[in-house]
Ligand binder design. Sequence first.
Ligand code: DC
Length: 213
Amino acid sequence: MIVAIDGPAGAGKSTVARRLAERLGFRYLDTGAMYRALTWLAMQRSLPLGDGEPLGELAQSNPVTFDEGGRVWIAGTDVTSSIRRSNIDRNVPAVARHRAVRAVMRERQRELGHQGDVVIEGRDIGTVVAPDAEVKIYLNADPTVRARRRQVERPDIGGDALATDLRLRDQSDAARMRPADDADQIDTTDLQVDDVVTRIEELVQQRLAASRP
Ligand code: DC
């Protein structure tokens, strides 16, 4: 079974998706980490981020991998912490918008997503990567709350700068941030993580029960 969790930055996707995968005993796939890792590598190699074709080739020849401990690797380097820095936050939308990059990522994500039960988080999982996902969730939250949540993860930058970054990222990601028509939408503004996880877990159990003969 595939559980797709989409939504904007700070809506709670990562925390919810990880905890849900743990509870269900499913694998967890963080597609944002793949775009982040590619951005890290492109910056490391001083490639211009406005040029799609070379970035698509870079992605093709340097597949992102996740090890048993969930650490993120690209080109032989463990980039798990480097990809969470604010310079990556700011540059990743420029990389993720290229068609050539998305085509490579989409295929790789499909490959990784079709190896048994999995929770996949991203922006376009329910719409593009796995339109056949049995459960599709779109998480959202009030922008102020989303910025506050990000602030906890990025203590190195001020609240105003962070809110601006988030707004700019929303604008760049807007084209892909659309809930699938058949997604269940959850507003996490006033919800605790465990409440969201429980709600999704119930949907998963319902779908599992419905699919049994
Ligand atoms: O979820 P995140 O913040 O780690 O995602 C990083 C960036 O990658 C985000 O700006 C949008 C992009 N992204 C995407 O375009 N498609 C995905 N499936 C996942 C992330």
